[in-house]
Design a protein around this ligand. Structure first.
Ligand code: FE2
Length: 360
């Protein structure tokens, strides 16, 4: 009898994993600069969650969310550990639930993009999007879809009076590796979608472009615009083997943060950066994937490029650089982006159950 009941229970649980969750009650219309004209975004990247989430990750997110009080959280991809042996739709749903819970229980709007490891789960990304939408404050949509590229979206932020859309947040699905294990680029179809979206917003805005930020998992091809060639005799130089022009590099003057390992950019350039520069709306591009890089600087075209480190202890990384990135916008100067990282290290003195560096 016991066995029979457990089979029934398992079947019911498995079925519920496939039932679409309640869809978002909030939408991007809820995004608005606050009464002081500010809008704060918190980026959480490469958490590589399973259904066994470390307490310290949840505790860290709780502390930072309470201190920073962001207006939006963006999960930057590799949200779940797609290579996790034995994962099921139920356990992936549980992993996503535990990931978004600290944000959702504070009723903070959130969205997500997909990383290469999110492609590896047995759960279709459209279903993962539904799992993200299990809480009311989720604004994530499947958005523009081309082949497997999902959650290509534009989320508009209204001014502090709630009257006019004045800022645009663009999320792109930067894909995964191809059959030869090479990182795919953002596809030209996605770039076309981006251009059409921006043109249409510009038209609706009386011919004036709406400034924007782009979020994607894989670093943009042009990251080396922030680097300066060096050589291996320079002890500060980093061997960058997975960028367009491999070699030893240091960060250019004026670039903040750390270059700890080679950024891993797509194997080819589909013209994404040039499209951003041509359209003139993109003020910043933020990306993840490399886990231990935090560099951030502005190119000669006026586009800020910023790396987000891993935000959990459940992925590889450098322990002193595990944390989140904060972005602050000001409606009185929409060309300006203020940004910084907040690390676990910053909270070491708090009463948190640090395990530190337990990389499974
Ligand atoms: Fe990752």
């Amino acid at each position: 009898m016991k066995r029979f009941l457990s089979v029934i229970l398992s079947a019911v649980l498995l079925l519920t994993a496939f039932i679409p969750c309640v869809y978002a009650k909030n939408d991007s219309a809820s995004l608005k600069f606050d009464e002081n004209g500010k809008f704060k975004i918190m980026l959480i990247a490469d958490t590589h969650y399973t259904d066994q989430v470390y307490d310290e990750c949840t505790e860290f997110f709780n502390l930072v969310l309470d201190d920073e009080k962001p207006d939006l959280v963006v999960f930057m991809g590799d949200n779940v550990k797609g290579y996790w042996v034995g994962s099921t739709p139920m356990s992936v749903k549980s992993a996503i639930s535990q990931l978004v819970e600290p944000v959702a229980e504070r009723n903070i709007p959130y969205t997500a993009i997909y990383g290469n490891h999110d492609y590896q789960t047995l759960v279709a990304k459209s279903l993962q999007t539904k799992y993200f939408n299990m809480y009311d404050s989720c604004i994530m949509e499947n958005g523009y879809t081309y082949l497997h590229r999902k959650a290509n979206c534009s989320y508009l932020i209204k001014d502090s009076k709630g009257e006019k859309d004045i800022y645009n947040l663009i999320t792109l699905d930067s894909g995964t590796k191809d059959a030869e294990e090479k990182l795919m680029p953002v596809l030209t179809q996605q770039i076309d979608w981006y251009k059409e979206t921006v043109s249409s917003l510009k038209e609706k805005n009386g011919g004036e472009v709406i400034p924007s930020i782009v979020f994607q998992h894989i670093p943009i091809y042009e990251v080396e615009k922030l680097f300066e060639k060096s050589d291996e005799t320079n002890e500060n130089a980093v061997k960058c083997s997975a960028i367009a022009n491999p070699g030893y590099y240091v960060l250019k003057d004026g670039v903040d943060g750390e270059l700890r390992g080679s950024p891993k950019v797509p194997y080819t350039n589909t013209g994404e950066y040039d499209a951003f520069a041509q359209m003139g709306d993109v003020k910043g591009v933020f990306f993840a994937h490399d886990h231990k890089n935090t560099y951030c600087g502005t190119t000669d075209d006026g586009i800020m490029l910023g790396a987000v480190p891993t935000s959990s202890f459940q992925s590889s990384g450098d322990n002193d650089l595990r944390g989140v990135r904060i972005i602050e916008l000001d409606e009185n100067d929409l060309n300006k982006i203020e940004t910084r990282c907040v690390f676990y290290e910053d909270y070491k003195d708090e009463d948190v159950s640090w395990k530190g560096g337990n990389y499974p």
